[in-house]
Write a protein that binds this ligand. Structure first.
Ligand code: ZN
Length: 318
């Protein structure tokens, strides 16, 4: 029987984490330093496990390997996407991710193109999005000199904003921001600057300056322009569509029928509640739920008042 896959997923403690994942989404947190919820993940550092139906108890990485039919017989040998929610109670490190070629050559895993939908942001909250250097030499010199104030580009953010963060973009999520991140399934981060912070044991986190300088894009990041389409009971916003993934926001205000046009969909309920109907079965949806609609779910309906973020993989042509 075609059914959605809901998950039990992994929380990640971070020095910059907080407790907004409990306050906003009601997740049970083990402490007040939780930075990330890896809501839909098959990455070895935090694998989601199916929590409902006949496949309950199956880890997403195993399921992806053993049931390719559920994922449209994909080309990618590993589940390619990762959906996270981040609570930045303090600045994340200033960082950059390699592309696939560099990541595979140097770290044995894919690179990381990511993107952010801002769920909430405190008044005055900012991100770092790109840098001011105009050549790799200048970037290296300014990093060496610790000229952070002039080098790093600060951008103010508010709830509802979206940022495209291709591999090579120097970036940091700022204090007081909660985002939903859709990314390639990779955990390779090169840290450029960590605000000279020390952890509870008094240690600085490792920096990776030469690799960062190697992989950083020179030139300002170009954010995407969202494309909005108003339909009955549904506003669709396409935030980004690149060679890795497409990310949508669906604002739902009633009954909306949909059909599967991608191999499978990853969906997160960011606000409101409602229902998902597949054939004759109704699943209740509420804020903070995350699920996959696998390949055998060919048609469904949503009903209610909900804001959803949906994504699907875009497999590269050979
Ligand atoms: Zn990042």
């Amino acid at each position: 029987m075609p059914q959605p896959l809901f998950f039990k997923s992994v929380l990640q403690e971070k020095i910059w984490g907080g407790h907004r994942l409990r306050d906003v989404f009601g997740y049970t947190l083990p402490n007040d330093k939780i930075g990330e919820y890896w809501a839909i993940s098959a990455h070895p550092n935090g694998v989601s496990v199916v929590s409902n139906g006949a496949l309950a108890g199956q880890a997403l990485d195993t399921l992806y390997a053993e049931r390719p039919d559920l994922f449209g017989y994909p080309k990618s040998p590993v589940f390619p996407l990762l959906t996270k929610i981040l609570d930045a109670n303090d600045w994340l490190s200033v960082q950059v991710h390699p592309n696939d070629a560099y990541g595979l050559a140097h770290e044995g895993e894919l690179g990381k193109t990511e993107c952010w939908y801002v769920i909430a942001a405190d008044e005055g909250a900012e991100i770092i999005y790109g840098h001011e250097a105009t050549s790799r030499e200048e970037l290296a010199e300014r990093i060496e000199a610790g000229d952070w104030d002039k080098l790093l580009t600060h951008v103010p953010v508010k709830a509802g904003d979206f940022f495209d963060v291709p591999a090579g973009t120097i970036h940091a999520i700022g204090k007081g921001i909660m985002i939903l991140e859709t990314q390639q399934s990779s955990d390779t981060t090169y840290r450029v600057y960590d605000f000279d912070r020390r952890d509870d044991a008094g240690h600085l986190r490792e920096l990776h300056l030469s690799k960062s300088i190697d992989v950083a894009t020179i030139g300002k990041p170009l954010n995407t322009t969202p494309a909005r389409l108003e339909l009955e009971h549904l506003t669709t916003t396409v935030f980004v569509s690149n060679s890795f993934f497409t990310v949508y926001k669906w604002d739902i205000t009633g009954e909306v029928k949909m059909t599967q046009t991608a191999p499978y969909l990853l969906i997160s309920v960011l606000d409101g509640d409602g229902q998902l109907k597949i054939e004759d079965t109704i699943y209740q949806l509420t804020k903070g739920d995350h699920f996959i609609l696998p390949n055998d779910v060919m048609a469904w309906a949503f009903d209610g008042d909900m804001t959803l973020i949906a994504s699907h993989v875009n497999e590269k042509e050979d």
